[in-house]
Every structure is written in C-alpha cells, then in structure tokens.
Write a protein that binds this ligand. Structure first.
Ligand SMILES: N[C@@H](CCC(=O)N[C@@H](CS)C(=O)NCC(=O)O)C(=O)O
Length: 195
C-alpha cells in the first residue's frame, strides 16, 4: 500500500503511527501538497494523507485511513468499545489541536501585510483551551492502553512544538510529563516530524 504523505504533516503522522501499531508495512510517497499534480489526481480535496491500496482503491482523509488500518491490521483495536465516548472526546481534542496548529502556521506563512493578528490570537487561544482540557483528563490518558486518542494528542502536540513553541507546557505539567514519557514508544519515536 502507498501512503502519500510528507515528513512534516501531523495527519500523515497519525496514519503512520496507526500503521506501525498494527504491523502494516507502507510504501510512503512524500509529496508537497501545495504542488503535487499526482496528489490532485488522487484526491480532489488535494490534502495529505492519501492511501492507495494494492487493488488501486484510494482512501482519504486521515480518519478514514486510520479506521481502515485498524480493521485490517494485527493486534488489538485502537478504537475499543471501552470508554468509547471518553476517547472520542479526547480524539476530537487532539484533532482540533492539530487543525489549530496547522491553521496558525498558515497564518504565519502569509506575507506580513496579509497576516491577521485576530486569527492568530484566535488559534493560540484555542490551543491553550485544548491543552488545559487535556491537562484535566491526563490521568485517564495515562492509565489507558495506547489508543487513537493518545495518537491524535501526540500528533497535535508534536506539530505545535515543531512549528511554534513549547509554551503550553508551563500550564500543563501533568500533560507534559505524559507526553515526555510516551516519546520512547517505537511508533512515536520513528515518526517525529522533520522538514
Ligand atoms: N482532515 C484532513 C486534514 C489533512 C490536512 O490538512 N493536510 C495538510 C497537511 S498537514 C495539507 O495537505 N495541506 C495542504 C493544503 O492545505 O492545501 C485529514 O485528517 O487528513
């Protein structure tokens, strides 16, 4: 199977972590989502990640790709019945953290006279609310087996620190400790974002 992705994308990283957790080997094709014509042919939304299965079936976005890997891969599901609505909520927080960090980055990459201070502040405040909410739930995260909510949060924080800063840590000591501790997990360590 081919996964169209990039070394920096947090959504592609999420799919790569789920694949590794399930023992799924991927042929990773790195593309620039803003420039790749091949990506545009595969996905009309023109976003990464995109999965092309061995029979040619194309799947996007990261939510669908992760759910597919969970169904066909080895080992326990990362979407268990236990605490289903709890992990759904934390997965949503992790996804929103990722989206906010990406949107904040897009603002910072605009020419200076086209950036919106209002929008940047909007995203920064959302990031802070999300990390505060996760700080309040970190005992549950730390006690649970590794699941999709952990993965979504790791990808969100990973992008935040890769593209912005680690100032969220000052108000979230327990989340910081959990995040530090999980870095040595092989699927997490092997998928650190790079340019
Ligand atoms: N909801 C999508 C989001 C994917 C996404 O935003 N990918 C970014 C890279 S991190 C992208 O391809 N951006 C290109 C663009 O915005 O044109 C998913 O979960 O797969």
């Amino acid at each position: 199977m081919k996964l169209y992705s990039s070394p920096a994308t947090p959504f592609g990283r999420k799919a790569a972590i789920v694949a590794r957790e399930h023992g799924i080997a991927l042929d990773i094709v790195n593309v620039n989502p803003f420039e790749s014509e091949e990506l545009e042919r595969l996905n009309p939304i023109k976003l990464i990640p995109v999965l092309v299965m061995d029979d040619g079936t194309v799947l996007y976005d990261s939510h669908a790709i992760c759910a597919y890997f969970d169904e066909v891969g080895n080992g326990p599901s990362l979407y268990p019945d236990n605490d289903r609505w709890g992990w759904q909520r934390r997965m949503t927080l992790g996804t929103a953290l990722t989206e906010s960090s990406v949107l904040w980055l897009f603002q910072k990459r605009q020419p200076a006279d086209q950036q919106s201070d209002n929008l940047k502040t909007h995203y920064v405040k959302r990031v802070r609310r999300i990390t505060a909410a996760l700080e309040a739930e970190v005992d549950t995260l730390a006690a649970a087996p590794f699941r999709i909510d952990h993965i979504a949060v790791i990808c969100g924080i990973g992008h935040l620190e890769f593209r912005h800063d680690d100032s969220w840590r000052a108000d979230s000591p327990a989340l910081t400790a959990w995040y530090e501790g999980i870095q040595s997990r092989p699927s997490v360590a092997a998928t650190q974002p790079t340019d």
